[in-house]
Design a protein around this ligand. Structure first.
Ligand code: GFB
Length: 306
């Protein structure tokens, strides 16, 4: 199997889970060894290796401000990676493909929790529409190849993921990593600025559980379309900030800067399909967050902080 993006947040968790399972021989390539945006090179690589699976965990990703300020990069890079990997795999006769999408593909305003059937039933959230359109194109391509050619190409839709090897850059990161760093670096009684109103609700999943969910889907004979792999539970950004304060021991003021966008008012996924497929995410959020904070403290010097 070829795991694309093995050094990232999701890919590194997948690499660890695959090694623990021991059922697959896992091929990896660094960005320097294989440019995933180059369709010809990726096509040749897959023709030579002919893996039985490809997992595409490589993507240009980022939090709300990275998406809002660099929409062209998000759509162009992701479309190029997906075209290379998905069509390269198909042309090389790879029978199985797991594509990593994101819960931001769902409409901005839609009943919560969001079932898989909500896809394309409403307008996208403007701050990440470019990224979402790239992900929707990848999902549709996997689905179309499955329908037209009978291959097992499916999409995994995770919520906001966190864990080892996350990006902790305050401008580009997602909220959980950003707040972890901000509260850690603040003076114990000093202020911390958070973005938006604090009222949006988000669903958070640790990367090792996402990897476990993906491996579960891969163990099934076949998966059609896309599957939400999450917890089905969400908290407000304010609750996240207060939990982070407790974990880091911060006692100062939290300032909500409403010059920054809120994005989706709520993004909580319905996980009934995944439950029926035999998997659910069982974990205690605060314990898991403490573990993630432990990783950050230990690896801070080498973590992506800019
Ligand atoms: O995680 P996040 O950047 O992205 O932000 P999304 C979630 C919420 O946290 C927003 C608020 O309401 C932010 O305004 N927030 C508060 C902060 N303080 C901060 C902070 O310091 N940093 C950040 N980043 N946010 C992303 C999409 O949406 O979700 C991606 O842009 C992807 O494309 C990802 O799909 C899963 O959850 O709003």
């Amino acid at each position: 199997m070829f795991l694309a993006g093995h050094r990232g947040l999701v890919g590194s968790a997948l690499l660890k889970a695959l090694a623990a399972k021991g059922e697959y021989q896992v091929l990896t390539r660094t960005r320097q060894e294989l440019d995933l945006t180059d369709e010809t090179t990726v096509g040749c690589f897959l023709q030579n290796e002919r893996p039985d699976w490809v997992i595409l965990a490589a993507a240009k990703v980022g939090g709300i401000m990275a998406n809002k300020s660099h929409p062209a990069d998000f759509i162009a890079t992701n479309l190029a990676i997906q075209q290379s990997a998905i069509m390269g795999a198909f042309r090389a006769g790879v029978p199985n493909f797991a594509f990593l999408s994101s819960s931001c593909v769902y409409p901005k305003i839609t009943p919560q929790p969001i079932p898989e059937t909500a896809l394309l039933t409403g307008s996208l959230e403007p701050t990440n529409s470019a990224y979402a359109i790239a992900k929707l194109a990848g999902m549709e391509l996997c689905n179309a190849l499955s329908i037209q050619h009978g291959v097992n190409y499916f999409s995994v839709v995770p919520p906001n993921v966190y864990g080892p090897r996350d990006n902790f850059d305050p401008q580009g990161s997602h909220v959980l990593a950003s707040l972890m760093r901000k509260f850690h670096e603040a003076l114990p009684d000093g202020p911390v600025e958070c973005w938006g109103t604090g009222t949006p609700r988000r669903e958070f999943l640790p990367s090792d559980l996402l990897a476990s969910g993906i491996l579960h889907l891969m163990s099934l004979p076949r998966v059609s379309g896309h599957v939400n792999v999450g917890t089905g539970r969400s908290i407000t950004i304010r609750e996240l900030a207060e939990t982070m304060q407790r974990i880091t021991g911060h006692r100062g003021e939290i300032i909500w800067n409403t010059d920054f966008p809120d994005g989706f008012p709520e993004k909580t996924m319905d996980v009934l399909r995944m439950t029926e497929l035999g998997w659910r995410a069982e974990f205690d959020f605060e314990t898991s967050l403490r573990e993630a904070y432990g990783w950050f403290c230990e690896h801070r010097a080498g973590a992506r902080t800019s």
